[in-house]
Ligand binder design. Structure first.
Ligand code: DQA
Length: 145
């Protein structure tokens, strides 16, 4: 079965209660459940993980190199703007990488305009709320091969 890894970075465990005017009212569990349902319908295996720790995210990216994961959908949250280490880990992963942000980072503070992860991402989606994860999932599942 083809595998997708969905990674959520720091503070995304608070979705639903964290600045809902920016990040929406859905919880991370709501988002993950819908991704599971959609992927299962198409016969894909999906693992959704969240961590507030940079090293944990890197460990999961490294594991994905070895377990047949075809694509990583990642919202690195604040690490987007700071983490060369996550960029390096993604550079060592050979599958597809899609970067997702709930908010339109380009409409926000200037420190959110730069993304290290975008240097590696095959696609970037920002500002569509939780729909961004679904758009990323559809794109991955429709890739040839
Ligand atoms: C975010 C945008 C980041 O700038 C921020 O630090 C987040 C969430 C988003 O999904 O819009 O935590 O990645």
């Amino acid at each position: 079965m083809k595998k997708i890894l969905v990674l959520h970075g720091p503070n995304l465990n608070l979705l639903g209660t964290r600045q809902p005017e920016i990040y929406g009212h859905e919880t991370l569990e709501d988002i993950n459940n819908r991704l599971f349902e959609r992927a299962a319908l198409e016969g894909w295996e999906i693992a959704c993980r969240q961590s507030n720790h940079e090293g944990q995210l890197i460990d999961w990216i490294q594991a994905a190199r070895l377990d047949g994961t075809a694509a990583i959908i990642i919202n690195p949250a604040a690490y987007t703007h700071t983490s060369v280490a996550i960029l390096d880990a993604l550079n060592a992963f050979e599958g597809t990488v899609i970067e997702v942000h709930l908010s339109n980072v380009h409409k926000r503070e200037s420190f959110r305009h730069h993304s290290y992860v975008s240097l590696r991402a095959d696609g970037v989606i920002a500002g569509l709320g939780s729909q961004g994860y679904h758009a990323a999932l559809e794109a991955v599942m429709r890739q040839p091969g």
